[in-house]
Design a protein around this ligand. Structure first.
Ligand code: ZN
Length: 343
């Protein structure tokens, strides 16, 4: 039996909506596109959430927004992605289901398997609706302020980002994300709201919905000063490298032991010599680091000294995690650079 990868529903009336975000999630029949009619029905904007099942702030914000009976300026397309992964364990434990692919790496042809089919259906739905903008809401695991990520740096995206955040990352990596796939269709942002489970991150996601859908016209220039960072390099563990987080020295069960409070450096400029952690075997290099051109620059960014791994050049780390599963499945962090001049 074939199943449509994406269920399309009208937004339920506020008083018929389940009382909790979890019950709302349980009521969905898989990945869902929920349309809330706007005052101007000829236009639409899109809000996407749960592309990663362990990042619930967007769902919580959406549930609260729907319960308040919103009247968006234009049609609101609210897309809830990895519903099965989000429901699979208690407390939003799964980024994706075991054995499945990361949905936000599947937005490129060929659209293979269930995740590819869903990505393709999502893209078709957003394009068919003639969306004028997209905000894709995520959480991360470390200590991070809210920030926007965009694939292009232009007035529309900077203006959109400034509605929600003080920090803007221009990302030129090709990962297969939703905002990459739609960059030629409409301005889009990923908004990283903060740590999953933090009420402040949930409040940020809710504020995104309020601001994004209330205004009849989106701004065309940023309404505040933005810190702009660019040229991200994705820092990952090499295949098979075991990581642990802790203090005081290398742990015997890990190839790389990263300082447990490493995420305090997020969004701070760090200087050469700043320690990252300890190596069990100093002769065994633990990292790969790839920027837009694809070559491994890990040895330019890091160095080994007396069994310690340390930063080797000026950089700003973002999205540093202290979760070994995230570090293994995705990456340790991204290194970016400040952009001196505003475009
Ligand atoms: Zn995510």
């Amino acid at each position: 039996m074939s199943r449509a990868p994406l269920h399309r529903i009208e937004a339920p009336p506020p008083d018929s909506l389940p009382a909790t975000p979890e019950a709302f999630l349980a009521s969905l029949h898989g990945p869902t596109l929920l349309r809330v009619p706007g005052r101007d029905r000829s236009r639409a904007r899109a809000f996407t959430t749960l592309l990663h099942g362990n990042e619930p702030s967007g769902l919580r914000g959406l549930h609260g927004w729907l319960r308040d009976g919103p009247e968006p300026a234009v049609d609101a397309l609210c897309l809830v992605g990895s519903v099965a992964a989000a429901r699979a364990g208690p407390g939003f434990a799964h980024r994706m289901l075991p054995g499945e692919r990361d949905l936000n790496r599947c937005f490129h042809p060929p659209f293979l398997e269930a995740e590819g089919a869903l990505a393709e259906a999502m893209l078709a739905a957003l394009r068919d609706a003639g969306c004028e903008a997209l905000v894709d809401v995520h959480n991360n695991t470390g200590h991070n302020p809210p920030y926007a990520v965009a694939t292009r740096i232009d007035p529309e995206r900077l203006a959109l980002a400034a509605l929600f955040a003080e920090r803007f990352i221009h990302c030129d990596l090709h990962l297969g994300t939703l905002i990459e796939a739609t960059e030629g269709d409409f301005p889009g942002l990923t908004l990283e709201c903060g740590r999953a489970g933090d009420p402040a991150a949930d409040a940020t996601a809710r504020a995104v919905l309020d601001a994004f859908f209330a205004t009849p016209e989106l701004p065309t220039k940023p309404g505040r000063h933005l810190v702009i960072l660019h040229e991200p390099v994705r820092v990952c563990l090499r295949d098979g490298v075991r990581v642990a987080f802790g203090e005081g020295g290398p742990r015997p069960d890990a190839d790389l032991t990263v300082a447990g409070d490493i995420d305090r450096h997020n969004f701070q400029a760090v200087a050469p010599g700043t320690p990252v952690g300890w190596l069990r075997d100093p002769a065994s290099w633990p990292l790969e680091a790839h920027g837009a051109n694809g070559s491994d620059v890990s040895r330019e960014f890091f160095r080994e000294r007396e069994g310690r791994l340390e930063i080797a050049r000026d950089l700003v780390p973002i999205m540093m995690t202290t979760d070994s599963d995230v570090a293994s499945a995705d990456c340790l962090f991204y290194a970016v650079r400040p952009r001196d001049v505003e475009p």
